[in-house]
Design a protein around this ligand. Structure first.
Ligand SMILES: [Zn+2]
Length: 324
């Protein structure tokens, strides 16, 4: 069983539903996931450019896409809303948590968070690459972190039992989250900045703060986050990332957050990316069907089977048990 802590697949599914398809996950994606042994994931609702003009409309549309897909799959896709529903030994159903990548659609209204929770959402990062009423992303003012209602929203998420995700936050917001949380939190799809100096990656001090909370850092295979050196935007570059994380935070705090973008439309990807549009992921790890290659890499690195199982799914099991 492999658990992927970050995917935007609802976007692709929504596009296909707009073209008249139904039961898209079951018809087009389930077999690819099954062939790669990926049986669980956090699929986020994301107001993707150019659909971010009215974030609430987009997020609500994607939420109804998600709920319709789960319903149409007739049990093949299982919505996880509490830890007792999670079964990491289940390799016939796909277990999905619905997340939110960014909270600009709440427009500062924390009561709306409860509405999303009640509809089944169990995860949120406070921002995508935007600045909103709660928090500041890596592209925002470095001196602005969480606002006072941003602290309140984190507190409310912990009370409800939602996953707090710091990927995309600027450093000040990150440290504000670290200060004001009492439970483990995750950086669902971020790598180590000391190996790849990109704002979306975490400094060694940040990596240690995530692990000190009991949380997880999800390995991201998006090219620009693996290495600034084009020659290392490969599995070899990923090998360095994995070795560094093992050294800094240990196998108990590493997970997957693949962040595959192979299915995004060119105008969406082009709005935030300088990478080749045909292959946003590193060579050998650009889509869910190539997950076997990172598994070979983990074994090739001499990592024990026990530690590999932590990285693939047991760490998420422990984390979700603590939160949901
Ligand atoms: Zn992201």
């Amino acid at each position: 069983m492999i658990f992927d802590g970050h995917s935007d697949l609802w976007i692709a599914i929504s596009n296909q539903r707009h073209q008249g398809q139904h039961n898209v996950f079951k018809s087009f994606y389930y077999d690819q996931y099954k062939a790669s042994s990926v049986f669980g994931s956090i699929f986020v609702l994301w107001a993707d450019p150019p659909n971010d003009v009215n974030p609430k409309k987009r997020i609500d549309e994607l939420l109804s896409v998600a709920l319709n897909e789960i319903e149409e799959s007739q049990g093949l896709m299982r919505l996880i809303t509490k830890s007792s529903e999670l079964d990491m030994t289940d390799t016939s159903h796909f277990q999905v948590l619905i997340g939110m990548e960014g909270l600009s659609h709440l427009k500062g209204d924390i009561a709306l968070l409860d509405d999303y929770y009640n509809k089944g959402v169990r995860h949120a990062s406070l921002t995508w690459n935007d600045v909103n009423a709660f928090a500041t992303s890596v592209l925002g003012d470095p001196n602005r972190g969480l606002t006072s209602i941003g602290i309140d929203v984190v507190t409310r998420m912990e009370q409800l039992g939602m996953i707090v995700d710091v990927s995309h936050l600027n450093e000040k917001s990150f440290w504000d989250v670290a200060t004001h949380t009492h439970k483990p939190f995750i950086a669902s799809h971020s790598n180590a900045r000391s190996l790849c100096d990109h704002k979306r990656n975490l400094t060694d001090a940040q990596l240690k703060a995530v692990s000190a909370s009991g949380g997880l850092v999800g390995l991201n295979c998006y090219r620009d986050f693996v290495s600034t050196n084009r020659a290392l935007q490969t599995l070899e570059g990923m090998r360095f990332q994995i070795a560094h994380l093992l050294q800094k935070i240990g196998s108990d705090h590493i997970a997957f957050g693949f962040d595959f973008c192979d299915y995004l439309e060119a105008d969406t990807l082009g709005s935030f990316s300088d990478t080749p549009l045909d292959q946003p992921g590193i060579e050998g790890l650009n889509s869910i069907s190539e997950v076997k290659n990172i598994m070979h890499l983990l074994y090739d690195m001499g990592i024990s089977e026990k530690d590999i199982h932590k990285i693939t799914h047991l760490n998420y099991q422990r984390f979700l048990n603590a939160i949901l």
